[in-house]
Design a protein around this ligand. Structure first.
Ligand code: NAP
Length: 285
């Protein structure tokens, strides 16, 4: 398949290039194709004539989006509209990578693909606007929502590993729940999904969910770090470490559609985390 990938140097973009190595792939980063530049996006996509565009580029800094909403909407909303228009112009299908942060976190159970979206921060609003542009521009699209992504890049797992080396104790939030996801596993699932013309909305995360505290304790255990984790509520944590953007309390996602109708399912989050930490250790030694 001829596939164009945006966000080439992001966590997911890197893994997509590895997973799709047998396909005819053009992966473009920020410097080759700024998604806010409609003319450039049209030029790059019409020159390559892909059958599928996987749009993983985004302004992903959640607090940065809150402080700079214009940039968030330019990249995540209008940038996605540009990519969708260019895909439509060459007759390509589009995979748009979206987020658990389109939900408000109040459901009290993992979100299904059918649940109503109600973001509570600018990042979530801008990604939701991207979903809407995709839905109004194309008939052949996959909206893939994922969450708590880690891989080659800046992410929660690497931050905790670094902090565990420099601190004796860390505060760990017990009441923020999510679905940790290894970028390599997500890329493989996307690689399978695009072989099926079953367009629609999908939740692709590693199976299961956990609190930040459980995630941190699994990270430290897998990497053999001896740091004390002090359980705190999100409210207690934020009182001492205020952040610009609100986070949903429980934004765990349930993969209902891809697992039920296509048999596409990612391994349990704990297994994936162990594999990632093992590969990080191999790189280090
Ligand atoms: N990370 C998470 O926890 C998470 C959770 C849920 C959903 N997602 C979604 O999953 C997708 C992939 O996330 P990720 O973690 O791989 O993100 P990432 O590592 O932050 O990579 C995003 C890439 O987008 C590029 N980019 C930013 N602005 C751009 C622009 N104007 N034009 C072109 N490229 C631009 C960035 O390049 P520069 O660095 O050069 O700017 C970066 O390489 C995103 O759509 C994100 O919204 C992520």
């Amino acid at each position: 398949m001829r596939i164009l990938v945006t966000g080439a140097r992001g966590q997911l973009g890197r893994e997509l290039q590895r997973t799709l190595a047998e396909d005819d792939v053009l992966a473009v980063g920020h410097s080759e194709m700024n998604v806010t530049d409609r003319g450039k996006v049209m030029e790059v996509i019409s020159d390559f004539e892909p059958e599928i565009v996987v749009h993983s580029a985004a302004y992903t800094n959640v607090d940065g989006c809150e402080l700079n909403p214009d940039l968030a909407y330019q990249v995540n909303a209008l940038g996605t509209q540009n990519v969708a228009l260019a895909a439509a112009a060459v007759g390509a299908a589009l995979v748009y990578i979206s987020t658990d942060y389109v939900f408000d976190g109040q459901k009290g159970a993992p979100y299904l693909e059918f649940d109503d979206r109600a973001p509570i921060n600018i990042y979530g609003h801008s990604k939701l606007a991207g979903e809407r542009y995709v839905q109004m521009t194309l008939s052949r699209f996959y909206i893939v929502r994922t969450a708590w992504l880690y891989g080659e890049g800046t992410n929660f797992v690497r931050t905790i590993l670094a902090l565990a080396d420099s601190r004796k104790e860390l505060q760990a939030v017990t009441d923020e729940i999510g679905s940790p996801t290894y970028a390599m596993d997500l890329a493989e699932a996307i690689g399978e999904l695009i072989r099926h013309p079953a367009y629609g909305v999908y939740h692709l995360t590693n199976e299961g969910n956990c609190s930040r505290h459980e995630f941190m304790s699994a990270i430290c255990e897998a990497a053999n770090k001896r740091v004390a984790l002090i359980p705190v509520t999100a409210e207690e944590f934020l009182a001492k470490n205020p952040l610009p953007a609100r986070r949903p309390k429980s934004s765990a996602l349930r993969n209902f559609c891809a697992s039920t109708s296509l048999g596409i399912k990612l391994r349990p989050w704990r297994e994936a985390l162990d594999a990632f930490i093992f590969s990080e250790e191999l790189v280090r030694y």
